[in-house]
Design a protein around this ligand. Structure first.
Ligand SMILES: N=c1c2ncn([C@@H]3O[C@H](COP(=O)(O)OP(=O)(O)OP(=O)(O)O)[C@@H](O)[C@H]3O)c2ncn1[C@@H]1O[C@H](COP(=O)(O)O)[C@@H](O)[C@H]1O
Length: 98
């Protein structure tokens, strides 16, 4: 496992928030915030990635499972940002379940 995973989700969420605020033209993240389908664009991606995750799991393909998991986490963080939520909302919810 790499050593720099501690804040990778916080760092990614900060990048997503920056893309939402500044909407750079060459940003895939920004394109999700401005998509003509609105939030459906990211919801569709989450559906597709979840199907791909299931297929990777059924194939016992660990590399693909990690890839699809990362796609889902990324698009989930975009959705939380879109809804005006914070990655801490997710962290708090998980912590409450311990
Ligand atoms: N984590 C991601 C990330 N995950 C997925 N994607 C993009 O999401 C799009 C669709 O993903 P898909 O997995 O469907 O693409 P795909 O190549 O068909 O993949 P599979 O079918 O193999 O799953 C692709 O264009 C990916 O590049 C992401 N785009 C950006 N990020 C992060 O967001 C940051 C900012 O990116 P920009 O907004 O583009 O500047 C980046 O530095 C990354 O850290």
């Amino acid at each position: 496992m790499s050593d720099d995973t501690g804040d990778v989700i916080d760092d990614l969420f900060a990048v997503i928030e920056d893309r939402k605020a500044n909407l750079p033209e060459d940003s895939y993240t920004a394109s999700l915030f401005t998509h003509e389908k609105g939030e459906n664009a990211v919801l569709e991606k989450l559906g597709e990635e979840t199907t791909e995750l299931i297929l990777a799991a059924k194939d016992d393909d660990a590399e693909e499972l990690a890839h699809e998991s990362a796609d889902i986490v990324y698009h989930l963080l975009v959705l939380l940002s879109m809804k005006g939520m914070d990655v801490d909302d997710l962290r708090d919810e998980l912590a409450e379940r311990r």
